[in-house]
Design a protein around this ligand. Structure first.
Ligand SMILES: [Zn+2]
Length: 297
C-alpha cells in the first residue's frame, strides 16, 4: 500500500513558509487531477526562484507578486507543460523579468476522447531549455534540474540541494498516483525515473499538488511496488480471459473516483505498451486503447 498523505492546511492565495528556504502559494484550481490546486513554490530569500507558477489566473499571479514584494524573482522553473503547471510562467516573467527554465521538448499531443488533467499547454515555450538537467544558483539556494520522463516526456524535477529536498512536480505526489498516458507518457521511462529519485535519497519531496512527503524512501518504494502489482493484476486478468483495457479498468480501480476511469485506462495502456515492448504481452499491430491483448503462447 502507498502511504498517501492528504492533510494540508492552507488558504488560497496566502503565502505559507513551509521550510527555511521554501514558501508555498496554492492556486484556486482544485479538481480530480489537481487535488486542492497547484502549489506554487517560492525558493530562497531576496533573489528567489518560482517553481510551477500554475494556471493563468489573475488572482494567482497577484498572490505570487504579493508574496515576493520587495524581492526579485530571477528564475521561473517549470516541471512540465500541463495546463495546471506552466501557463502563468509567461505572464509572471513579463511582470518580473524572470527567465523561464524548462525542458523545451514538445511532448506528443494527447489525442484521445478524454481531456487529460487540464490538458497540455501547447503554447508553452521556456526561455532556456534544460532537458538534460543542470544546476542553477541564487543568493541562498541551489537548484538541480533532474530529468524525470514518464508522466510526460519533458518532465523535470528540481532538487533544492541546501535542504536535500526535491520539487517532484507530478512525478511523485503524496495524495495520489500519477497518470501515465501514452504516447507522450511512457511507463518504461517512468519506472526508470522513479529509480533515479529513489537513488538520491531525498529528505523531503514537495509535489506540485498536496502536502510534502516527509519519509520518501518507503513512499517511493511503495509507488514502484504499486506499478509492479498493477502489471501482475493485468497479466492475471488476461490469464482469466479478459482482452480489453476498458473492461479491466473498473476491476483494477475499484477504489478510484469513476471520473478518473478514462485516465486510468490510459495508465493501463501505458502498462500494455511497456509489456508488449518487453514481450510479456502480445497484440496485433500497435497497442491502443481498443486493442485485444493476450499472453504470449
Ligand atoms: Zn501533469
Amino acid at each position: 500500500m502507498i502511504p498517501f498523505v492528504r492533510e494540508i492546511e492552507f488558504e488560497y492565495g496566502a503565502c505559507d513558509r513551509v521550510s527555511p528556504l521554501i514558501r508555498r502559494v496554492v492556486a484556486r484550481n482544485p479538481g480530480p487531477f489537481t487535488f486542492k490546486g497547484t502549489g506554487t513554490y517560492i525558493v530562497g530569500t531576496g533573489d528567489v526562484a518560482v517553481i510551477d507558477p500554475g494556471p493563468d489566473l489573475d488572482e494567482h499571479l497577484e498572490a505570487i507578486l504579493a508574496a515576493t514584494a520587495g524581492e526579485r524573482i530571477t528564475h521561473i522553473f517549470v516541471t512540465h507543460n500541463h495546463a495546471d503547471h506552466s501557463p502563468l510562467a509567461r505572464p509572471l516573467s513579463e511582470r518580473t523579468g524572470a527567465t523561464i527554465y524548462a525542458c523545451a521538448k514538445q511532448g506528443v499531443p494527447t489525442e484521445s476522447e478524454v481531456r487529460m488533467e487540464a490538458g497540455d499547454d501547447r503554447n508553452f515555450r521556456p526561455d532556456v531549455g534544460l532537458c538534460d538537467g543542470g544546476v542553477f544558483r541564487g543568493g541562498d539556494w541551489t537548484l538541480e534540474a533532474i530529468p524525470t520522463p514518464g508522466h510526460t516526456s519533458n518532465h523535470i524535477c528540481y532538487a533544492l540541494l541546501e535542504e536535500n529536498a526535491l520539487f517532484s512536480g507530478d512525478h511523485i505526489m503524496g495524495w495520489s498516483t500519477t497518470v501515465i498516458s501514452p504516447p507522450d507518457g511512457d511507463m518504461g521511462d517512468y519506472f526508470q525515473s522513479l529509480e533515479t529519485i529513489k537513488a538520491r535519497d531525498f529528505s523531503t519531496l514537495w509535489p506540485t499538488h498536496g502536502p510534502p512527503i516527509t519519509d520518501p524512501a518507503p513512499f517511493v518504494q511503495a509507488y514502484i511496488d504499486h506499478r509492479r502489482t498493477r502489471e501482475k493484476q493485468i497479466l492475471a486478468a488476461l490469464a482469466g480471459g479478459h482482452t480489453r483495457i476498458k473492461a479491466l479498468v473498473p476491476d483494477l480501480y475499484k477504489d478510484v473516483d469513476s471520473r478518473l476511469y478514462p485516465a486510468a485506462a490510459h495508465s493501463v495502456m501505458a502498462h500494455m505498451v511497456q509489456m508488449v515492448r518487453d514481450g510479456r504481452l502480445v497484440t496485433d499491430g500497435e497497442p491502443t486503447l481498443d486493442s485485444d491483448y493476450r499472453l504470449p503462447t
